[in-house]
Design a protein around this ligand. Sequence first.
Ligand code: FAD
Length: 551
Amino acid sequence: MTESNSDANLDLNADVIVIGGGPAGSAAATMLARKGWRVTVLEREQFPRDHVGESLLPASIPVLEELGALPAVESAGFLTKYGATMVWGSGDAPWSWYFKETSQRYPHSYQVWRPQFDQILLDNAKAHGVTVLEGHQVTEVIFDAGEAVGVAFTDRDGVTGEGQARFIIDASGQSTLLARHLKSKKWDPFFKNLAVYAYFTGAKPLPEPDQNNIFIESYRHGWLWSIPLHTGRTSVGVVVDTKTGQEGIQQNGPKAFLEAQLAQSAHTRVMLENAKMDSEPAVVMDWSYTAEKLYGPGYILAGDAACFVDPLFSSGVHLALMSGVLAAAYVTTALNTPSMADEAGQVYQELYLKEYNQFREMARLFYSSNLSAESYFWEARRIANTDEYSPRQSFIQAVAGQPPRGYERVVLDRGQAPERFIESVRTVESERLARTQWLTALAADTQRNQVLNAVPRLADGVQIQRKPVLAEGEFVPGHVLNTVSQPEGTPCSPLVAAVIAEIDGQKSVADIVDGMGQHLDQAGHAQLEEAVSRTIEILYVDGTVAGLVTD
Ligand SMILES: Cc1cc2nc3c(=O)[nH]c(=O)nc-3n(C[C@H](O)[C@H](O)[C@H](O)COP(=O)(O)OP(=O)(O)OC[C@H]3O[C@@H](n4cnc5c(N)ncnc54)[C@H](O)[C@@H]3O)c2cc1C
């Protein structure tokens, strides 16, 4: 890097420059440093800096563990969050759900004070050898013949400089530095909302055992969140239609607007009766968007710099951390094996948008399923959703991969989901149950020698593709299983790929084992028989194998 003034801290030889030291930037930088790359983070602010987005998901716990930051997060004193309490769906009484309902492994998460949490992650990156330059605002990504080769920046003293690197990661959050420069930011037509939020002291907690839950209350003009924090403060915000919000804020200012919305809520108002707003309310206008392309020559977009979805499911930090880790894997691949860069970039984009779209679909479903409040806001969101839904597809998208979140069941139990959607859910679930029961009966029937004598037939559209898959912090050539409901593919093991390649609707499972295990001794053959039978049973239950014909 060069700068008009000398600065002893500058890393002159960065392989990778990361723009922004939020969760996405810190995660990407940490993983890259661990791979031995020289990484410099340029962060506009001086940490600790304010940031909204305090409520985390359990899905982030394993990522924090991978980053090596979990012990510091665990000992920071943040409140442990076990679930959510909501006024949403068909009635106006609060109801709660818990992460443990769908995940025994990760039954909790945290309500974090973001200045402290983000500082922990950035310090963790430093501890891994990352050079962090705070007070350095990137003003431009420098391109040479279409390839990102460096950045221009201004430091806190107004001194300008430039830095070159082999790769640039844009983790600039809602600044969306590159997407704006490349004019690739696409707004989501469904979520046209804005938020006004502030911090309160003295809020009444939810009754035990829900005192650490996030509280989400739908009301006439949108919904409100309350997130208790270990500092004694509570983060409170309202999400409303952009137009309504803008008009209200213009007329009376953010504080009066927020107070007016709180006054209309049945529960949040009561929780805040004796509380004091002790921060100026902030307004977030930039709502849901996706950059058209998340990677290109010499650059990649991670976290909110790539896409942002309505915060109803507190998904932002999880998506930022996950995409940071994936982006680091992509950069390592692109630097080590340039011939794989384009394909791996495509896979990065698919993986990130798949996760993003699961939250988007769930949020859409929630918005269109709320009958607890009647108003233009809710009516508009119900109508907007009616025709677009392919219910089966939405359900599968919402639950694909079974991440430890727990929201998916709630919408069915509490919401007023479209009838067609509920029907598809029932169909998918009863198909799975029938197939499991059929296998159990087959296993009990010793005469028929279980699944070995059955002839498997693949469902229409099932394909195995060679594609880069994630392994040990980089993308390596691997196999992906494509099905009609998961057209973007799911990485699968070489065994699954080999078994699927052998299924032709003619050969029995035993024939397939014989074909694959020609060179194995007896013990090896028995092991393979067990593995192939189990694989085919699993593929049968999830519908990849459409039929198992027995005589
Ligand atoms: C109203 C609202 C409520 C939310 N609630 C939640 C929630 O409860 N839970 C949750 O998980 N998520 C929530 N989110 C989302 C969450 O805050 C973000 O998704 C998350 O912070 C994204 O992390 P990031 O690292 O991509 O970006 P950020 O955390 O925004 O970090 C980006 C960093 O880049 C720096 N930067 C920006 N431009 C430049 C530049 N030009 N040069 C150098 N540095 C730059 C910024 O200073 C910042 O530190 C909420 C969002 C909103 C709007």
